[in-house]
Design a protein around this ligand. Structure first.
Ligand code: AMP
Length: 210
């Protein structure tokens, strides 16, 4: 199963992808996590991406397409994968199609900008493995420590309020048109954000016919 998770920054794509990849037994490919790891490791891609990410801007399409192209060719992607945070622009979606990378379903998580602004202040990520937590909705077992790897939990620079506002504008302008793009291909399934993480996962699995 090849799946795209669409939704605004803070819609819960990363959290849902973590749950769905276990449920469906396929890997998640998060360009945000791949880029953050590249920055941490000081790779050429990381150095190119860093300024864009800090400003809440999109990283150039060419960089993203190269990342996806290489990642989906790896052995663990043979049975499918979940894309989290990519494609982010029509140009990226067209480039994936051109490269022969096609999808079975596209899930769009629907949530208001107001709810997102409230939510983002509580988000924390593991600086080591990239797992997402939320101080209220998905707290770690030990405050400040990743359940999975013991890494330190930090607030992302791009989760600060002004940057979140900008990222939401970018989402509405650049990414939201993808709903129409995939609706025209008969792939779009819209799922309303639910009061709990588990209820949203259920709604997604239901939309996927599971
Ligand atoms: P995310 O973790 O998906 O919220 O992504 C964090 C940041 O990484 C974004 O604000 C962008 O700067 C960059 N990024 C991640 N995925 C993409 C993408 N598909 N296209 C462009 N920029 C991206």
């Amino acid at each position: 199963m090849k799946l795209i998770l669409l939704g605004a920054p803070g819609a819960g794509k990363g959290t849902q992808a973590d749950i769905l990849c276990k449920e469906l037994n396929i890997p998640t490919i998060s360009t945000g996590n791949i880029l953050r790891a590249a920055i941490k490791n000081g790779t050429p891609v990381g150095m190119q991406a860093e300024a864009y990410m800090k400003a809440g801007k999109l990283v150039p399409d060419e960089i993203i397409i190269d990342i996806i192209h290489d990642r989906v060719a790896e052995a663990d992607c043979a049975e499918g994968y979940i894309l989290d945070g990519v494609p982010r622009t029509i140009a990226q979606a067209e480039a994936l199609e051109k490269a022969g990378i096609v999808f079975d379903d596209v899930i769009s998580i629907e949530i208001s900008d107001e709810t997102i602004m409230e939510r983002m202040t509580g988000r924390r990520v593991c600086e080591h493995c990239g797992t997402s937590y939320h101080l209220v909705a998905v707290p770690p077992k030990t405050p400040g420590v990743c359940d999975k790897c013991g890494g330190k939990l930090v607030q992302r620079h791009d989760d600060e309020p002004e940057t979140v506002k900008h990222r939401l504008e970018v989402y509405h302008k650049e990414t939201e048109p993808l709903k129409d793009f995939y609706a025209k291909r008969g792939l779009l399934k819209s799922v309303e954000n639910q009061p709990t993480v588990a209820a949203t996962s259920q709604a997604i699995l239901h939309a996927l016919g599971r």
